[in-house]
Design a protein around this ligand. Structure first.
Ligand code: ADP
Ligand code: MG
Length: 327
């Protein structure tokens, strides 16, 4: 298939909501942002061999590249609206494209986002989405803004994706059912878009977890110039993963690897005043997303800014080492 046939067949047939004045097919798309709103723009790129295995199913790849971008909108509390997709592919294979775009468009419809443009080149498996979203002016959730004394919360469960990756790399051997469940989280993460929006006016700061809870929470701490004490036992895990982990000889190291330093969760970590506990629970219920309170922010007295506590309230030493492309 040639480039222009691909664009015509897969991209030009879309119908757009009325805020898209011009979609795929011109030199640029034209969108009309909602009056009284701020526009959010974010990009996330996935590379073969780095973010996904070369044999990934096209439908899973479509899910993930859109999910990781939706997750950034979720972290801002933004309503995702539009995205562009740039891809480098070695060939335009019809079966592959059918599967990829079926999932991509289904997910886009489910989250109310429109594909308005992009670029397609021949090359070695690169996928980049630039996503745009909106919040009512001045109301976005940021990494800064947290206060000492605020609670630290996370959504969902932490560590499943990293456990699946460790299994795929041959570093651990998970039971079959547990691996399947964890692999699903690795391949098809759920961006917490509804929760993020519900947290406007409730959370004092927020961030999504893509590179590990410890590292991503530290970004929030740095931006807010605070420290945090996290109760290790409160970090929510998939129950079957927790059960398996406590049976392992190196369960502490596994907890650190999967739940503190592991990436790819795409959950939200956020902070809120203790006076907002009922409001956080209501936001979680309304968005049908589990949340867990895992610790407290403290004024920053020294490094490290992130401290981990065991059930006896003793500080546990650990070395934060989330994912970094250049380490
Ligand atoms: P130009 O050469 O003017 O940059 P292209 O020929 O690359 O435009 O693309 C033609 C149209 O198809 C544009 O509207 C562009 O946004 C869209 N397009 C190309 N590739 C993609 C893609 N992967 N996803 C969405 N839209 C795309
Ligand atoms: Mg042009």
């Amino acid at each position: 298939m040639k480039e222009f046939e691909f664009i015509r067949r897969y991209l030009s047939a879309q119908s757009y909501p009325n805020q898209v004045l011009l979609g795929v097919g011109d030199d640029a798309a034209i969108i009309q942002p909602t009056a009284g709103h701020d526009l959010h723009v974010s990009s996330d790129m996935l590379l073969a061999g780095r973010h996904f295995f070369a044999d990934v199913l096209p439908q899973d790849l479509a899910h993930k590249v859109l999910a990781v971008n939706l997750s950034d909108m979720a972290a801002m509390g933004a309503v995702p609206r539009w995205f562009t997709l740039s891809m480098a592919l070695p060939v335009l294979d019809e079966a592959w494209l059918n599967a990829f775009f079926a999932d991509l468009f289904a997910m886009a419809a489910a989250y109310g986002v429109s594909l308005i443009g992009g670029d397609t080149v021949r090359g070695d498996w690169v996928f980049n989405i630039t996503i745009m979203g909106e919040t009512p002016s001045g109301q976005a959730l940021r990494r800064s803004g947290a206060q000492a004394g605020d609670d630290v919360w996370v959504s969902g469960e932490i560590g499943s994706a990293a456990a699946a990756l460790a299994h795929l790399l041959g570093d651990v051997r998970l039971p079959e059912n547990l691996f399947a469940e964890c692999e699903h989280r690795l391949l098809r993460p759920t961006p917490r878009v509804a929760l993020g929006q519900r947290l406007l006016h409730i959370a004092s700061a927020a961030q999504d977890i893509s590179d590990g809870l410890a590292q991503d929470l530290q970004h929030l701490l740095r931006a807010s110039q605070l420290g945090a004490v996290i109760q290790a036992a409160q970090v929510p895990l998939l129950p079957a993963l927790k059960q398996w982990m406590v049976q392992q000889k190196n369960s502490t190291a596994l907890f650190e690897r999967f739940c503190l330093n592991g990436g790819d969760d795409y959950e939200l970590v956020f902070t809120a005043s203790p006076t907002k506990r009922a409001a956080v629970s209501a936001a979680a219920a309304l968005s049908e997303t589990a949340v867990c309170r895992i610790g407290t922010l403290v004024s920053k007295v020294s490094e490290p800014s992130l401290m981990l506590e065991n059930e006896q309230k003793q500080i546990i030493a650990f070395q934060p080492q989330g994912f970094d492309h250049f380490v």
